[in-house]
Ligand binder design. Structure first.
Ligand SMILES: CSC[C@H]1O[C@H](OP(=O)(O)O)[C@H](O)[C@@H]1O
Ligand SMILES: Nc1ncnc2[nH]cnc12
Length: 294
């Protein structure tokens, strides 16, 4: 059976993962450049884990400048099969107050100008995104949140905005009218790229504020968000600790549809594929390209 390895993309407030053993911060280079930081490889609860702080340690990289392709490619290069995204979000519903963990299952992408595909001219692919997260991985996350007594929501639509500025009141109201549940700046194009890389992807979004729509709450501030994040960080860490062993031992992982997302996605005729693109994409799409290209 193929080994399952959990990779964690730590968002705002989650820049380290204490408690790991056999750790090493590993420098990884990818055909798309350098990821946000070194990746922390180690063991937790007897299972292998890879951690990458999405904005880099110390939060150096803003959401619009994160090299999402390099982050996802680096996780894949280190053998990760399952990606858990941990993010801070604003709540767009009155019944999702700060402190709630939302297991996101849909996205609306309002980001602009971000590289959102590994593919391109010379090798074109279109993957399905109707169900953009991994249901199986999401069930594991939900089971752990329930077991740990964490207030949480099963499913939710994440509005990915470009940022780095927070929303205007008119935008926040519009996203609510679109039935979005939470708002953040990072889960797209991350989820799209994970799908192209045939990685299972689940997103746990920690509500830190009510965005700006709520009449009884002030504008969003980083200080207020960080205060809530610090209160939530231990919960996020114990969630990761409990999940690590679960993922490794999940015999259904290898058969997950996410791992075959490229089966019917490539459209460029083999005869006209760009050999340089084919070579560049070996680490992402080698399964369907064959090890020597077209
Ligand atoms: C710290 S406030 C805005 C910042 O927080 C979220 O980051 P992440 O998704 O990585 O947890 C949001 O997307 C913004 O990047
Ligand atoms: N209100 C908000 N808007 C966008 N990203 C956020 N991250 C945390 N709170 C947020």
């Amino acid at each position: 059976m193929t080994a399952q390895v959990l990779g964690v993309l730590g968002g705002s407030g989650l820049y380290e993962l204490p408690g790991l053993t056999d750790t090493a911060w590993v420098t990884v280079d990818t055909p798309w450049g350098a990821p946000s930081d070194q990746l922390l490889a180690g063991r937790l609860n007897g299972a292998q884990l890879v951690f990458l702080p999405r904005h880099g340690r110390g939060h150096r990289v803003p959401p619009g400048e994160v090299n999402y392709r390099a982050n996802i490619a680096a996780l894949k290069q280190l053998g990760v099969t399952d990606v858990l995204s941990v993010s801070a979000v604003g709540g767009l519903r009155a019944d999702l107050p700060p402190g709630t963990f939302v297991v996101v299952d849909q996205f609306i992408d309002r980001t602009v100008g971000r590289a959102s595909s590994f593919f391109g001219t010379g090798l074109v692919a279109h993957v399905a995104m109707a169900r953009p997260t991994c249901h199986r991985l999401g069930r594991h996350v939900l089971a752990q949140l329930a077991a740990q007594g964490v207030p949480h929501a099963d499913g939710g639509t994440y509005l990915a905005m470009e940022g780095p500025q927070f929303s205007t009141l008119a935008e926040s109201r519009m996203y609510r009218s679109w039935n979005c549940d939470v708002i953040g700046m990072t889960n797209q194009p991350e989820a799209k790229l994970a799908r192209e890389a045939e990685l299972c992807y689940a997103s746990v979004a920690m509500v830190t504020d009510f965005d700006c729509w709520h009449p009884q709450h002030d504008s969003v501030t980083v200080d207020a968000i960080v205060k809530v994040l610090l209160g939530n960080a231990d919960t996020a860490r114990s969630l990761v600790a409990a999940l690590t062993g679960q993922i490794t031992g999940d015999s259904h992982g290898a058969g997950c549809a996410c791992r075959r997302a490229l089966d019917h996605a490539l459209i460029t005729a083999p005869a006209v594929r760009d050999p340089a693109m084919v070579a560049k994409l070996q680490g992402i799409a080698g399964r369907v390209l064959g090890s020597t290209g077209p």
